[in-house]
Design a protein. Structure first.
Length: 149
């Protein structure tokens, strides 16, 4: 999944909160889906960190056919195609701290955002097919980023 997004990379700046934590703001400027074929969205660039804040305040997520609400269910973080993590999306909550305490690993524990890492963040609906024993993640927003060396 990450490799699909890798072709769409550009560079953007990142803001910091009053507490000094780096903030990734969910917006249309950075979305890596739904744009014109030759249009590339901006790319988040962060400094190495043990945690970041994901802020979706004011962002209107698209409706997903077959679902009553446009409210996401989950956050997906992929680092360097090898590390995958999820976090629950709580109804009405728009700011999330992504760190070792909040991210559930699929394979390896979360060890922070390290120099040179490339990452993808997706927000959407995580569905489980109990018959097929598989999960499907329906993206409503996705972005790419890189951790500075």
């Amino acid at each position: 999944m990450y490799k699909f997004f890798a072709a769409l990379m550009t560079i953007a700046s990142l803001t910091a909160s009053a507490a000094g934590m780096q903030v990734i703001t969910v917006d249309d400027q950075h979305i890596q889906m739904g744009g014109a074929e030759n249009e590339e969205a901006e790319y988040y660039v962060i400094n190495p960190a043990v945690e970041i804040e994901l802020d979706a305040s004011g962002y209107q997520f698209p409706t997903v056919p077959g679902h009553e609400s446009n409210e996401p269910h989950a956050i997906l973080l992929i680092i360097d195609d090898e590390h995958q993590f999820t976090a629950d999306w709580e109804p009405g909550v728009t700011q999330y701290t992504l760190n070792n305490a909040t991210l559930v690993p699929r394979f390896k524990d979360f060890n922070g955002f390290n120099a040179g890492d490339e990452f993808a963040i997706g927000i959407g609906i995580l569905e489980t097919d109990h018959v097929k024993r598989e999960q499907v993640f329906i993206l409503q927003w996705a972005a790419l980023g890189k951790v500075q060396p």
